[in-house]
Design a protein around this ligand. Structure first.
Ligand code: F6R
Length: 259
């Protein structure tokens, strides 16, 4: 079962997850982080800024979940730019050790396999941060994605493009295609940490944690993983049937267990 942690707000969620990442890096200075973009992980990156002072991050490696296809890597909304701006620069990570899938059209047919090879060569991902889309996607694995899928090109749903239009001048500027780690790729990470905030994510969270395991709600793939932590605020937790039980588990969690 996923461990579900219900917290009052996004900053406390960010602090909890940032503490876990710092613990991981202290333990394993060459840790491999799976990095999500979008607005959900920002409180984690924000909380990491102060916590990483004095921590050696020179060997930390990172792999972003996804990238838009056909976008100029220098575009401010390419995930390459977002990861550089929100993660690499403020946290002082080594740029050459942090990768995003290559969304450039030239060579796109091989970009997925190359990304998988790079993740494998790094020894796999230790901790994978995840957000969830209102349609239940994780990474950009839209409904119908295979649970065995690897990094590959996908077509974004109209709903995802509309959700992400807030980062662009209009919905027409949101790319139609993306390249994303597959559900199989994500399931190979050693620890999944899925965050969600706000009422708009409540149905997707309930479906992912408590609904049937189905490709129609890709986030439900987390139920197949042995080590998952779901960190949500009250609003995102509002449709969870077993919310009281999750609170009880968290209150009584033995300290030695860690996150
Ligand atoms: C981003 C990603 C997506 C987002 C999801 C939620 O790398 O893989 O799955 O996590 O679309 O987006 P936000 O966080 O903006 O609500």
């Amino acid at each position: 079962m996923a461990e579900v942690v219900i917290l009052p707000d996004a900053p406390s969620a960010g602090a909890l997850v940032a503490d876990e990442i710092v613990r991981l890096i202290r333990d394993r200075p060459h840790a491999v982080l799976g990095l999500a973009t979008g607005s959900t992980p920002l409180p984690v990156y924000e909380a990491l800024r102060s916590r990483l002072h004095g921590v050696d991050v020179s060997r930390v490696r990172g792999f972003a979940l996804d990238e838009y296809v056909g976008i100029d890597p220098a575009h401010p909304q390419s995930y390459r730019s977002v990861i550089t701006r929100e993660v690499v620069e403020p946290l002082g990570l080594v740029p050459a050790l942090i990768r995003t899938p290559d969304g450039r059209l030239e060579g796109i047919q091989h970009a997925g396999d190359q990304y998988e090879d790079a993740i494998e060569a790094a020894g796999g991902i230790d901790l994978q941060l995840l957000g969830i889309g209102t349609d239940g996607h994780i990474g950009f694995n839209e409904p119908g994605s295979s649970f065995a899928s690897r990094t590959r090109v996908k077509t974004l749903t109209g709903q995802t493009r509309a959700d992400n239009a807030r980062f662009f001048a209009s919905v027409d500027e949101v790319p139609v295609h993306c390249i994303t780690q597959g559900l199989g790729t994500i399931l190979r990470a050693r620890h999944l940490v899925l965050l969600a905030f706000g009422e708009g994510k409540a149905d997707a969270v309930a479906g992912a944690v408590e609904g049937p395991v189905t490709a129609s709600l890709p986030g439900s793939a987390i139920q197949l993983h042995p080590h998952v932590t779901v960190v949500v605020d009250e609003a995102a937790a509002s449709r969870l049937h077993y919310a009281e039980y999750y609170r009880d588990v968290w209150r009584n969690k033995p300290e030695w267990q860690g996150l």
